[in-house]
Design a protein around this ligand. Structure first.
Ligand code: GLU
Ligand code: MG
Length: 441
């Protein structure tokens, strides 16, 4: 029998919880929340907490990008499931919310529900889906400047052990929050960290991304630091990726192993990869469409800026990971070009639904590019470069509207075009400074 809300309140109270947050992550990729005292936990489910429809067109700064259909009138609700609450800080629990109307029905701009629909679409085809997320981020000083100035060594045992108190706190806080961290390391960029999460079903995976961002932010604050999820935190610095891994299984087994294709890929697995690559020009503005995305998405950055796939190829948009003893979760595909300014629900929905579209159309797996695409004789098809081109591509894309709905495309374009108008002509150093904390939780 599921636990009653009163029982959950008692449980949380015993853990010292006083306040419950419910959040939604908007098309600009920013997570926003409302809070209730613990005794109102049930109301957060039954009635939800009110938000203006304009929440969907709030921008990365304090701007609002009203559209002809999203204005100042009307009211929506964030509704949470009390069973989803996790303890994120002293006295505070959190749960991911759905965006609903007052009657309780999800609205078209509920991106979490959009991902749930893609998950159901996969289930309708007899497929189970696992998604795993990697979070790269940059530690900052409290004033938003560099956290440290001493030399950095990528993946260095010194750079991580120097921060062991923070990392121990991170591991402990994550466990308490039920966040399944698989691995932590200090990354290539100065003061850069990476946390990878255990694969799970798509909506749970995107929820875990938000939980991980919250946990990282709270832990860092306890250690006198802040965390940036900007695609590029400082001009010229290494970028932060938000790579997602995807695996699909039907009743015969995994689609990416056990078959006759390259590296054991089965025909439907090949079509799924083809579907993802086929839609990259249309959806790059979903995966990496913010004012800072293009600074990262360049050859040589291991950001997957080339529209191709290859076994363990870190310069390919789709890095294929084969089933080996070194890959305990089995074969999967990693979409590397996603950055943390993308809404993780929307990015996962685009990734999964483009894979399903490839399967439906029986698209043919393109030739593998096994080496750095810059040195390959086969040149991958070009991708739109820069924010303007990426947004123009979504705007004219029938695939984007079909996979993500016209309402979502309209809101996404509104907030990203606002960024283009506001920051497009500014020097990168100014934009990195302005937006360094935009996606922090
Ligand atoms: N930091 C790189 C990015 O922007 C990824 C590095 C890696 O492969 O882990 O995506
Ligand atoms: Mg990494």
């Amino acid at each position: 029998m599921p636990m009653s809300n009163d029982d959950r309140i008692d449980e949380l109270r015993a853990e010292g919880v006083e306040l419950v947050a419910g959040s939604v992550t908007d098309p600009a990729g920013v997570t926003r929340a409302k809070y209730v005292p613990l005794r109102r936990l049930g109301d957060f489910q039954r009635s939800g907490m009110g938000v203006s429809p304009s929440w969907s067109v709030f921008c990365v700064d304090s701007g609002i990008a009203f559209t002809p259909t999203i204005g100042v009138d009307g009211d929506l609700r964030i509704r949470i499931d009390p069973a989803d609450t996790r303890i994120i800080d002293t006295g505070v629990a959190w749960a991911p919310g759905n965006l609903t109307d007052q009657a309780g029905d999800v609205v078209p701009l509920c991106l979490r529900s959009l991902l749930a629909k893609s998950e159901q679409a996969a289930a309708g085809r007899g497929l189970t889906v696992q998604v795993g997320a990697e979070l790269e981020c940059t530690m900052l000083a409290p004033d938003g400047g560099p956290a440290s100035v001493e030399p950095w060594s990528p993946y260095g045992i010194r750079t991580s052990l120097d921060r062991s108190a923070l990392l121990v706190d991170l591991a402990a806080t994550a466990e308490r929050a039920g966040l399944m961290i698989e691995q932590i390391h200090t990354e290539y960029g100065h003061d850069q960290l990476e946390v990878s999460l255990a694969p799970t079903t798509p909506v749970a995976a995107a929820d875990a991304v938000i939980l991980a961002r919250i946990v990282l932010g709270r832990v860092a604050a306890r250690h006198g630091l802040r965390i940036s999820f900007a695609p590029v935190p400082f001009e010229g610095a290494a970028g932060n990726g938000a790579h997602l891994h995807l695996s699909l299984t039907d009743k015969q087994g995994p689609l990416f192993s056990g078959g006759e294709g390259p590296h054991g890929i089965r025909p439907a697995g090949g079509s799924a990869i083809a579907g993802v690559i086929d839609t990259l020009p249309d959806l790059i503005g979903v995966y990496a469409g913010s004012a800072l995305s293009a600074l990262r998405l360049k050859p040589g950055n291991w950001a997957g800026a080339a529209a191709c796939w290859g076994l363990e190829n870190r310069e390919a948009a789709v890095r294929f990971i084969a089933a080996t003893p070194g890959s305990p979760h089995g074969a999967n595909v990693e979409l590397k070009l996603i950055d943390p300014s993308a809404n993780p629900y929307l990015a996962a929905a685009a990734f999964l639904s483009s894979a399903l579209r490839g399967i439906d159309r029986e698209l043919e797996l393109p030739a593998e590019i096994p080496q750095n695409p810059a040195q390959s004789a086969t040149v991958p098809p070009p991708l739109p470069t820069g924010q303007r081109a990426a947004l123009d591509a979504i705007e004219s894309s029938t695939v984007a509207a079909e996979l993500l709905t016209p309402e979502v495309v309209e809101a996404l374009l509104a907030v990203r075009r606002y960024e283009l108008d506001t920051y497009g002509d500014r020097p990168p150093a100014e934009t990195t400074q302005a937006l360094r904390l935009a996606w922090s939780c």
